[in-house]
Design a protein around this ligand. Structure first.
Ligand code: CMP
Length: 142
């Protein structure tokens, strides 16, 4: 089915000028960018977005990293988009990411791992709504 998923290009990849290369991976794989913007998260926004991780030992470092510079947030649309984007990204830990994936090519560590993508359709809906108003999304054409 055609799905929409939520994606972040994290501060490390933005700082290293990898936005275009990463967008090329999405588009080459058949995913359409149907909403996008650059934002610099406040501490409160980052804590809210990652609330499910608030008890994890890496939470403080995660919030500090995600507020360290601008990020790109986008909505990707396509066949099986949630899983397709996770395959494009590769494993959370770049040391375990398959060759040719975004994390293998652009991430330095599990903490600074270049991209985020929704892990399921329900989280995609929640994460899209966290960053985008309905009128910021392109209407569906298929
Ligand atoms: P992300 O998909 O953005 O969701 C939470 C982030 O926490 C994750 O990517 C990683 O960058 C970071 N993180 C750091 N340590 C861990 C860990 N042990 N397990 C999962 N995520 C971690």
């Amino acid at each position: 089915a055609i799905e929409r998923t939520f994606s972040i290009i994290k501060p490390d990849a933005v700082a290293k000028n990898h936005i275009g290369a990463i967008y090329n991976r999405f588009e080459s794989a058949g995913l359409k960018i149907v909403a996008a913007k650059m934002v610099h998260l406040t501490k409160e926004q980052a804590e809210g977005f990652y609330a499910e991780h608030s008890e994890r030992p890496f939470f403080g470092a995660l919030v500090s990293f995600m507020t360290s510079g601008p990020i790109m947030v986008q909505v990707l649309e396509g066949e099986n988009a949630v899983l397709a984007n996770r395959e494009i990204m590769g494993a959370t830990n770049p040391a375990q990411a398959a060759r040719g994936t975004l994390r293998a090519d652009y991430a330095d560590s599990i903490d600074e791992n270049a991209v985020h993508g929704s892990d399921a359709l329900a989280s995609a809906e929640r994460e899209i709504a966290y960053f985008f108003a309905a009128d910021e999304l392109c209407p569906r054409t298929r």
